[in-house]
Ligand binder design. Structure first.
Ligand SMILES: *[C@@H]1O[C@H](CO)[C@@H](O)[C@H](O)[C@H]1NC(C)=O
Ligand SMILES: *[C@@H]1O[C@H](CO)[C@@H](O)[C@H](O)[C@H]1NC(C)=O
Ligand SMILES: *[C@@H]1O[C@H](CO)[C@@H](O)[C@H](O)[C@H]1NC(C)=O
Ligand SMILES: *[C@@H]1O[C@H](CO)[C@@H](O)[C@H](O)[C@H]1NC(C)=O
Ligand SMILES: *[C@@H]1O[C@H](CO)[C@@H](O)[C@H](O)[C@H]1NC(C)=O
Ligand SMILES: *[C@@H]1O[C@H](CO)[C@@H](O)[C@H](O)[C@H]1NC(C)=O
Ligand SMILES: *[C@@H]1O[C@H](CO)[C@@H](O)[C@H](O)[C@H]1NC(C)=O
Ligand SMILES: *[C@@H]1O[C@H](CO)[C@@H](O)[C@H](O)[C@H]1NC(C)=O
Ligand SMILES: *[C@@H]1O[C@H](CO)[C@@H](O)[C@H](O)[C@H]1NC(C)=O
Ligand SMILES: *[C@@H]1O[C@H](CO)[C@@H](O)[C@H](O)[C@H]1NC(C)=O
Ligand SMILES: *[C@@H]1O[C@H](CO)[C@@H](O)[C@H](O)[C@H]1NC(C)=O
Ligand SMILES: *[C@@H]1O[C@H](CO)[C@@H](O)[C@H](O)[C@H]1NC(C)=O
Length: 639
């Protein structure tokens, strides 16, 4: 507690603060107003089932990627699967080699769960990466390159934004940086994970100066007339880890921009986008709004499951949820009419911070007396605002007056955005269920903290089943258990599980779901290292490497047929069977060969044997971050 008083007194005794010249980061973070370009349209209505449409830019990107990049990636992937020497049915080879008229449409969804989830997600992407020889030998390499989409929220939003802006490097380079990176050559420096993501340091004086610098970087935005909140503070912190420009040598040096000015929309011009090399990234946030139906808050969560979700992609921001079904250009976020256009609002760091904005969970009263209390005091006294929720991300509402009968925030001046997992859906599946995207198969990576030992247990899938049942006119989702008891009794989170294996002509457009959780130790007897707490804010390289390596084991081990085996030699073939299965269905082929035994082993049978009556039917999702922040703050208070 002593630190809070010290910090607070220090911050309030900065007489020169207001008159100080704005830092370069503050300038680069400030939105800019200008005249709208000819033909500018603030809102695009995205239609509904019969006439739903993607943006023309996304359509063009996906078509180019699916014709110019994915066919070769699938061939490479096929050769890796074939090298495992499991005989594949001819339809699998025919679809993957491009001899069939059907091309699989594959998407990857990576969950929240703080730094742990960012690392676990990175480890799974690495195991699918055709640039890693070990992944190729394991028979999974190439699948990352064959994905049409990636979706991420919270911790995984950090992973996906940093991957996209660093130009899609290998995972080793993404996490640890280029070995020769220096401020001068501007090579990517990696995640700077040895600096605590919450606090930067354990030294109270350093923390104080650091927090002050972050708040200073918000003043340009504030003076330009935009509300600022904890989300901007968090954005400036995340930027030092996941956006270009920060190195050990300049971490605390305020003469650098630290990633301010790098925009989400600007990634559309990056090399990896121009060459269609990167799977199309999508980030997810929740919307909170007055008038929301709080009886739809799933126990342990914060936002009603019935609220609309927002997705961000490099071209557009908005929602395909039927309550809104509208988008605005990401480049012009901050804009609310067709004449004055705002740019420079869609800071990459702000988008990642919005997807991981959890300060509301902590309860503003508690926040005031916590480590972040001084930040709020500073905001209140030096950047005073009224009517703004400081513990959420305020975005000028481009959808004001849109869908007034159904869209909760239609009458709100600002959208109030929060961590994408606060409704209980911690895996960002919704964007990949959008019918117009036509995704066949989804790899759902779950590294949430649901149960003891920081492992994931499947709660998120139950929440998504709940929501897609409510919104059945817009989304279809394969059946998953209705209770956690079933997940646990059938060990569905300690091995890869396929959901939605059986289809009829009525539901063959429902994606097949491959669920891969950080659900327990690997089968090879190693002690778990991937189950760190969500509150852990700093990691040294050796710990991250151990986590990545164990995640590689978890992603490549499969579901061994007997307990005496540590890996399933058929897993690469089985995964390939799942990747092509909807394309097989469309091509009118019958599932056969190893794919039949694979599906018998990997598909959820739908059986309800062993359901724990205590949790029957109720989705219990633990609140991931409350504990996190409490612990992080506890650590600080005891410094
Ligand atoms: C989609 O169809 C609905 C119902 O026919 C119509 O009201 C709506 O305007 C259409 N939307 C678009 C974007 O075409
Ligand atoms: C597959 O068979 C080839 C040729 O017999 C052999 O060289 C290779 O080691 C085998 N690979 C595996 C993973 O068993
Ligand atoms: C790093 O720099 C050294 C010395 O210039 C060079 O030999 C090496 O190839 C560089 N490493 C990489 C990965 O580029
Ligand atoms: C970030 O830095 C990397 C490495 O120098 C570069 O390839 C990439 O284009 C930069 N990204 C942005 C958005 O500036
Ligand atoms: C907007 O509508 C909601 C629900 O009807 C209501 O609770 C809220 O007070 C309204 N807000 C404004 C600013 O009019
Ligand atoms: C709120 O949700 C509950 C449960 O889904 C429903 O029964 C109730 O009618 C809803 N209330 C309103 C005002 O929509
Ligand atoms: C979804 O969750 C809400 C809130 O817990 C609950 O009221 C509702 O009955 C659930 N719906 C389904 C279909 O599980
Ligand atoms: C928020 O904090 C106050 C003061 O500690 C407490 O009374 C209240 O119950 C808390 N609210 C929630 C939702 O935790
Ligand atoms: C990780 O899981 C193991 C059990 O597999 C447990 O012993 C250990 O305490 C867990 N670690 C953490 C940090 O929760
Ligand atoms: C499709 O419908 C059938 C029959 O109702 C059902 O058994 C199957 O699980 C459904 N599949 C999916 C993917 O929803
Ligand atoms: C491939 O992945 C393994 C497992 O994490 C890792 O140890 C290795 O360094 C990676 N290789 C490359 C070239 O990235
Ligand atoms: C899928 O179909 C197979 C064979 O027809 C059957 O054994 C299995 O139980 C079905 N699975 C589900 C989830 O309905």
């Amino acid at each position: 507690m002593a630190i809070n008083v010290t910090v607070w007194l220090y911050l309030l005794s900065l007489p020169t603060w207001l008159v100080a010249a704005q830092s370069v980061a503050s300038q680069a973070y400030t939105p800019v107003a200008g005249t709208c370009p000819d033909g500018f349209t603030l809102v695009r209505m995205a239609g509904s089932l019969g006439n739903q449409s993607l943006s023309t830019s996304e359509t063009a990107y996906v078509q180019a990627r699916r014709s110019q990049v994915i066919p070769q990636a699938l061939k490479t992937y096929l050769s890796n699967v074939e090298a495992t020497n499991v005989t594949l049915p001819s339809y699998v080879s025919s679809i993957l080699s491009g001899s069939s008229s059907e091309t699989p449409n594959f998407g990857i969804a990576a969950s929240g769960g703080g730094y742990r989830a960012a690392i676990f997600g990175a480890g799974v992407l690495n195991a699918l990466d055709g640039r890693n020889a070990s992944s190729n030998s394991a028979g999974l390499g190439g699948l990352l390159q064959a994905a049409t989409y990636t979706a991420g929220l919270s911790g995984a939003s950090w992973l996906l934004t940093s991957l996209a802006q660093a130009n899609f490097p290998t995972i080793q380079e993404l996490v640890f940086g280029h070995p020769n990176a220096t401020v001068d050559n501007a090579l990517w420096a990696g995640w700077n994970a040895n600096y605590n993501i919450w606090t930067s340091s354990s030294n109270p004086v350093t923390i104080t100066e650091y927090f002050t610098a972050l708040v200073e970087e918000m003043q340009g935005k504030y003076h330009a007339g935009f509300p600022v909140s904890m989300a901007d503070f968090w954005a400036r912190a995340l930027a030092r880890h996941f956006v270009n420009g920060t190195y050990s040598s300049n971490f605390f040096d305020e003469s650098y921009t630290h990633g301010a000015g790098i925009l989400f929309s600007s990634l559309a011009q990056s090399e990896s986008f121009a060459s269609y090399t990167t799977p199309f990234p999508i980030l997810v946030s929740d919307i909170s709004s007055p008038g929301q139906n709080t009886s739809n808050i799933i126990q342990g969560n914060f936002v009603p499951i019935s609220n609309p979700l927002v997705e961000f992609n490099v071209y557009e921001t908005g929602s395909f949820d039927p309550m809104l079904s509208a988008f605005t250009p990401t480049k012009y976020l901050g804009t609310t009419n067709n004449s004055v256009c705002i740019t420079n609002f869609d800071q990459l760091s702000l988008v990642a911070a919005t997807s991981s904005e959890v300060f509301n969970e902590y309860n503003i009263t508690n926040t005031l007396s916590s480590t972040f209390g001084p930040v709020l005091s500073l905001l209140n006294s030096l950047l005073p605002e009224s009517g703004i929720e400081l513990d959420a991300a305020p975005y000028p509402n481009p959808f004001y007056g849109v869908a007034p009968g159904t869209f909760l925030s239609s009458n709100q001046t600002y959208l109030t955005l929060l961590d994408g997992g606060e409704d209980g859906q911690v895996i960002p599946l919704q964007p990949l269920l959008v019918k117009a995207r036509g995704v066949d198969t989804i790899l759902a990576i779950d590294a949430n903290f649901d149960v003891t030992n920081n492992f994931a247990d499947g709660s998120s899938l139950i929440a998504t089943q709940n929501r897609t049942t409510m919104l059945s006119s817009a989304y279809s989702f394969p059946p998953v258990p209705t209770s956690l008891g079933e997940f646990t009794a059938q060990n569905l989170s300690t091995r890869p599980t396929f959901f939605g294996c059986n289809v009829t002509s009525a539901n063959e457009t429902t994606p097949l779901l491959i669920y891969l959780a950080n659900g327990g130790p690997p089968h090879n007897g190693e002690a778990s290292v991937t189950n760190t707490t969500t509150s852990q804010g700093a990691y040294d390289s050796s710990q991250i490497q151990a986590m990545l390596d164990q995640t590689f084991v978890i992603a490549t081990q499969g579901y061994p047929a007997s307990s005496s085996m540590t890996t399933d030699p058929e897993w690469p073939a089985c995964l390939a069977c799942a990747i092509v299965d909807r394309a097989r269905e469309r091509a009118g082929q019958t599932r056969s060969g190893v794919c039949e035994s694979c599906f018998a082993r990997y598909c959820w049978s739908g059986s309800t044997v062993g359901v724990d009556a205590k949790s029957g039917g109720q989705a219990i999702v633990s609140s991931r971050w409350v504990l996190t922040l409490a612990v992080a703050i506890g650590i600080l208070a005891s410094v």
